[in-house]
Design a protein around this ligand. Sequence first.
Ligand code: NDP
Ligand code: 2IT
Length: 450
Amino acid sequence: MDYIARVISGVEQKCATEPEFLQACKEVLETLHPAIDANPKYEKNCILERIVEPERLVRFRVTWTTDEGEIKVNTGYRIQFNSALGPYKGGLRFHPSVNLSILKFLGFEQIFKNALSGLSIGGAKGGSDFDPKGRSDAEIMRFCQAFMTNLVPFIGPRVDVPAGDIGVGGREIGYLFGAYKHLTRHYEGVLTGKNLLFGGSLARTEATGYGCVYFAESMLASRGEDFKGKVCAVSGSGNVAIYCCEKLHQLGAKPVTVSDSTGMIYDPEGIDVAVLRQVKEVEYARLTRYAELRPSAQYTPASDYAPGRHKVWDTPCYAAFPCATQNEVNGADAQALLANGCQCVCEGANMPSDMDAIKAYLDAGIMYGPAKAANAGGVSVSQLEMAQNANMVHWTFEDVDSKLKDIMRNIYQRSATTAAKYGQPNNLLMGANISGFCEVADAMIAQGQY
Ligand code: NDP
Ligand code: 2IT
């Protein structure tokens, strides 16, 4: 058994109850053969055994009270996966599905994503199985305060800087920041995605969605194409999906779908971003509300999807942008996209395509922008927020957006160059994984054995 197979087998045994983490490990490690073969120092220094083991994992009880006075208990986590390249950095997810496996997969992916950004940040992730849906502002606030009370000893602007992810947006970051300041008396950039009134960066809200489209733009340019007049399918309807749709419109494309866990919208006239923002950012409502406000929209409830299928991917489109959650595109979904002529899949969500779907894209030779490269715009602008906070300055929207564009072009270039160097020029997954991995591995070796 070769080195990579041995390490995967070790993870299979040790983490048998962590399917998402195992999937992420395989997805990365199985693309590293050329780099591992060319660099015996990685095996000699046990880099793979070390990189699949989080440096530190904090798990805590979060007790809070509902508006009716009922006491509730949730589990909170922070996984500080790797600090070879900088302070731990990564989002917090509040969703009932959150467990150790999901946060470990997200933290693991974050190591390589953050390395690709070129911005000196380590990898981390955290969150809770708390479900914010249907909770009042006061309940969300009390939950965030209880969560931060437990997290405070483990974070700091030069130690670990959390941000948002599913279920954690500007409102939650505001309550978490207030609690941190109250508990520590320090007014500092310990979280990113903050309100502009207390240290937030312009363009952070837009960054992941915009960045994902910038990445796709680079892929299209490599084939002499652009977005003008192209129909696109987008899934999700949260932070990433909304600003993905907005940037697609700006580049002359037409996004025609969005979705949430209860159903999907097909809007042949193009998703109206102002209406979507009203529904999701102001009213915190479901997509049925979008259909009420937008006569051209057709709503299909998830209960009407074919079993095991996500109906968004039946939409004929030039490019697809999965922006909801992990494993939302399976092999059958990928085949449906290809059969309808899809030329490009660019991932806004983390690990949205399962292994069968990825294989289908690579076999078909379409453009495939893997998550850790394509959605790195969010964490990159988070790092720009840290830089502004550290220097007590504010940059303009245009400044940040232009830095974001450069960062995404650079991530595309290094992924493409590395893929070509190892003989698979169309395989940006391999290019991104090897490029991110080698930087982290070399830094780990140079820092000695920990
Ligand atoms: P939001 O909470 O703003 O939106 C999440 C969206 O995905 C909602 O439409 C939600 O629908 C849908 N969704 C979530 N879980 C499920 C599920 N189990 N099944 C079906 N739909 C689901 O989160 P974001 O937009 O911030 O995050 C979306 C994805 O992008 C995630 O994978 C996240 O990790 C990734 N990401 C986010 C970044 C950021 O900066 N925010 C950066 C990089 C990646 P519903 O409301 O019904 O739950
Ligand atoms: O998955 C991700 O990259 C994020 N949720 C953003 C992390 C961050 O620190 O901005």
